[in-house]
Design a protein around this ligand. Sequence first.
Ligand code: GP9
Ligand code: MN
Length: 605
Amino acid sequence: MLKNSYVWIAISSLWIKTLALSFIGFQLRVQTFLDALLIVLNPIGPLMLLIGLSFYWSKKVKLYPLIGIMFLITALLYGDLLYYRFYTDFVTVPILFQFSNVGGLGPSTVELLSWWDLLLFADLLLVGFLVFRKKLPSLKPVKRAKRNYLIASVSLMLLTIGIGLLNAPHLFAESYNREQMVKNIGPFQYHAFDIGVAATSSFYRLLAESNDTAKVIEYTQASDVESSSFGMAKGKNVVLISLESTQEFVINQKVNGEELTPFLNRLVEESYYFSSIYDQTAQGKTSDSEFMIDTGLYPMESGAVFVRKAENEFIALPHILEEKGDYYSAVFHGNDSTFWNRENMYESLGYDHFYSKEAYDVTEENSVNYGIKDMPFFKQSVSYLEELPQPYYARFITLTNHFPFLLEEEDQFIEKANTEEGVVNRYVTTIRYQDEAIKLLFEQLKEKGLYENTIFVLYGDHYGISEKYDQGVMDLLNMETSSLNRMKLKKIPLIIHVPGQEGKTFSNNGGEIDIRPTLLHLMGIHSEDPALGQNLFGRSDEHPVIFRNGDFITDEYLLKDKRCFSLEKEELVDAVRCAPTEEIVREELGLSDEIIYGDLLRFVE
Ligand code: GP9
Ligand code: MN
């Protein structure tokens, strides 16, 4: 075998680092002996292969390139660590191309650093020192040693992938479960796989044929249930309000004796309120929620479909409403039109007009964080709304309640909370501000006579407090930190308000994907296009609410990070109990992906 101390020191130190990251940084959960074995073995093959780049093309080990490779690998690991600290997720190629859209790590990068991180670079100093001082003999690798080295590294890699597949047979079919990938094939192979997927993803479209749609249509045929609410909003204007980062726990919640959402709380009493709807978005955040609601398809497993697949054909709500009821459709949002590639995607989704930042009078005084504050935003929007041809389908996307939840003193209608997490304390004030803004919108619509003949759908677009700051919310709500309680925090509010209707709260489970069929039901439209989700008025409780990483929740079970919980017993149970539902999850996510990757809706008449 290769006799070169530098090479083996480099491999060992990078290996130890990778292990430290896996166990401490990414907190990969070890449940079985195989899990532990895989985490330990996985990095060796790829590390050998990469370090080998310092001598494959020369007669002896080139020491400066060796240090360079060590540095690059360390930088990659460190990047992974920082990304993980913020998103509790692993970075993907598509997300790198849309960093300007993901909220970035920008304002909080410093917060993510720790002095301990310097340890990651200690081995570089050591090897650098040894090289400079020529402390170790650098033997020439002979040709034969090179070959054996390569064979050993590739065999090790294949062996561990093989064991990984034994450990998690659906590993590649569930590649959207990135934690499972990293645990079973290791961070380096995960990145290689991810790059491969990104590089080949456009081939799916080329290979897709029109009869590929048959299977999808068969599965997705909406089986709408009968209910007295069918058609109750037929012909009305539709106003959809995306409530930025609004989680369900804020509804009817008091902090220091004061309501967080006094207006929404009253509205809930006079509306259909769905109190168990889960955030199903992925890396595309707001845009993912818009996508689900308009198309009834799941977001992509990595990156945002708005950014990656805006050229596709879709059958979205604006198309359907125009065809069935000659609706005009518009989006109102005070951010740049390019953010989340909205200007292009809205065209594909069939919107007639997008009122973006340019349409608003935006000044330093009326802006905070991402842009115009919700109150001036609504005020200015209403004058545009008045001019729209009726009936219309209008979506308003609020902005003020966005991480890191900044707000000037004069706009704070409530005191900050006093948990250990500043983020949570500020969140309370921006949520309260948003509530005031919605109240203003309703007042204005009433004043202009635009209230009565409208159906309102208000929904939280996704979580506001990421898992990183969960503890603050647990403190605020006096909740114990547990997987089940974490799942509860994934709920978002869904309020459907039709003026004159009596209020009713529904506590059955559902997800954002179910909003579209529910709205169509209320509009009296039977849609037969390929779309997922179920009408919430008759949604089966056994049907899982599916999350993009393969987790799910039903009325009985919760699958979180591949662990199956019984909701009734509030404890971990044997994984086989969750297995049949996991089949459904794979199938549904797979179908949705097939439609998106193959651009299959272009074949639908
Ligand atoms: C930006 C707004 C917020 O325009 O939609 O985006 P988010 O970071 O929540 O996806
Ligand atoms: Mn958002």
